[in-house]
Design a protein around this ligand. Structure first.
Ligand code: C2E
Ligand code: CA
Ligand code: CA
Ligand code: CA
Length: 279
């Protein structure tokens, strides 16, 4: 029932049995999507506010569905997390990101870092770190060009296992970012105990950061908290120049949002990076 309304694969109120059938169907379709290469990565630029350059991009997965068109992650990621298929998707995403980094080597985009999203479910996979390492190695990509974004949920359960996974990723040289920062229910202690490189302030704080005193206070406090811990900080969901100016004034490191650029197919991203952003 949790998924009702979130999942486009569920068009009407179904009985339990029908729902289970739909789920199995979706999982079968997703499995085929993987073997037939129907998933694609779009890349959203992140503006480095110190240099005014696009220094990194976030990879966001989409499903080029044979009959339904381009599907957003909300239509299939939640179910893939339930079925466990997310592990295969994540493996594909890491490989596709590393292939892209390899393709950029020697060209004007070779300085870019790619951030990929990992759900807590993916962190459970004992082969995760080996898979990421293999994806990097087979593409001759240095780990420092890859970042993983994780949400605070991973600091609630399975703490020991998750800390171990993050340490292994850190030892590889992969960057670690905390996504949607400030929206989870975890304590802040993990900032002391885990090797975090970047905090991404959730869009819900940025949307009204120039209008609501509380959001401004929280945003400034997070920037200062991160900097005092030696952690970089990004803001997501920037849609207006006023928001960008606020973040610049308060020394946020990275800016991401529709104002800078939407998630784009790779060719369009390449054009945008070549042109640069004038903000
Ligand atoms: P997220 O990681 O928080 O990604 C940010 C989402 O906000 C993206 O939605 C992006 O398109 C959207 N966004 C970016 N800038 C703006 C803005 O200025 N305004 C507004 N209104 N929205 C903005 P998207 O691509 O639909 O992805 C949704 C979620 O799906 C992601 O949230 C992430 O949790 C998940 N996801 C995407 N790709 C992957 C993946 O490869 N693996 C996993 N596990 N999850 C993924
Ligand atoms: Ca993210
Ligand atoms: Ca986010
Ligand atoms: Ca999110």
């Amino acid at each position: 029932a949790k998924e009702a309304g979130r999942n486009n694969y569920q068009f009407y109120t179904e009985g339990m049995q029908d729902r289970e059938v739909r789920r199995l169907e979706l999982d079968k379709d997703l499995n085929r999507a993987l073997s037939e290469d129907q998933l694609v990565l779009h890349f959203q630029p992140q503006l480095d506010l110190a240099t005014q350059q696009i220094g990194s991009v976030e990879a966001l997965v989409r499903w080029q569905h044979p009959t339904r068109g381009l599907l957003p992650p909300a239509d299939f990621i939640p179910l893939a997390e339930e079925s466990g298929r997310i592990t295969d998707i994540g493996r594909w995403v890491a490989l596709a990101a590393c292939r892209q980094l390899a393709a950029w080597q020697g060209g004007p985009l070779e300085h870019l870092r790619i951030a990929i999203n990992l759900s807590g479910r993916e962190l459970e996979d004992h082969d995760l770190v080996e898979n990421i390492e293999a994806a990097l190695r087979s593409n001759n990509v240095s780990a420092g060009q890859l970042e993983v974004e994780l949400t605070e949920e991973i600091f609630i359960d399975n703490l020991e296992h998750n800390l171990d996974q993050l340490k292994r990723l850190n030892q590889l040289g992969v960057h670690l970012a905390i996504d949607d920062f400030g929206t989870g229910y975890s304590s802040l202690a993990y900032l002391r105990d885990f090797p975090v490189d970047l905090l991404k302030i959730d869009r819900s704080f940025i949307t009204r950061v120039t209008e609501r005193h509380d959001d401004a206070v929280i945003t400034r406090a997070v920037i200062n908290l991160a900097h005092n811990l030696g952690i970089q900080v990004a803001a997501e969901g920037i849609e207006t120049e006023a928001q960008l100016n606020f973040l610049r004034t308060h020394r946020c490191d990275l800016a991401q949002g529709y104002l800078i650029g939407r998630p784009l197919p790779v060719e369009e991203l390449e054009t945008l990076v070549a042109k640069g952003v004038d903000l």
